[in-house]
Design a binder for this molecule. Structure first.
Ligand SMILES: [Zn+2]
Length: 143
């Protein structure tokens, strides 16, 4: 018997993803809704901690470490390049994140090929039949 492998913590992953998207959208559309955006990011981080799932490196780099607000360039943070370093400064609490760019081929471990062990496919196997107008039109020509 070949059972499909289950994704551990799928619900919490979906929830964290949804909350971070919502926080990002809120902070992009309306800077005055900063507190609501902050609530969503706090909730997403606490859910990931409770489910013992790490946030992705790209997501971590877009969150302020002090106040946990989402760092959107020009809206909630300003980005400067000084001495080959990228400096993201949060506009709410002035906390800075500094990324060194001196190493040319630097990638986080999660983005390297050796970090992927196995890819799991969760797309539904039985898709509903697609009826297109072109097929119906060609059938009429044949008859
Ligand atoms: Zn901050």
């Amino acid at each position: 018997m070949d059972f499909p492998k289950k994704c551990a913590g799928k619900e919490s992953l979906q929830r964290v993803n949804y909350l971070l998207q919502l926080a990002n959208q809120l902070s992009m559309e309306n800077p005055s809704s900063h507190i609501a955006s902050l609530q969503y990011t706090n909730l997403a981080v606490s859910i990931s901690k409770k489910a013992v799932q790490r946030l992705d490196t790209d997501i971590k780099r877009d969150l302020c470490k002090r106040c946990r607000s989402i760092l959107v360039a020009g809206v909630t943070c300003k980005i400067r390049i000084k001495k080959k370093k990228i400096i993201k400064r949060c506009l709410k609490c002035t906390q800075a994140k500094i990324f060194n760019t001196r190493m040319k081929d630097f990638r986080p471990w999660s983005q390297k090929e050796e970090s992927v062990i196995q890819l799991l496919d969760y797309t539904p196997k039985e898709s509903p039949p697609i009826i297109s107008d072109k097929l119906i039109a060609s059938d009429k020509k044949n008859n």
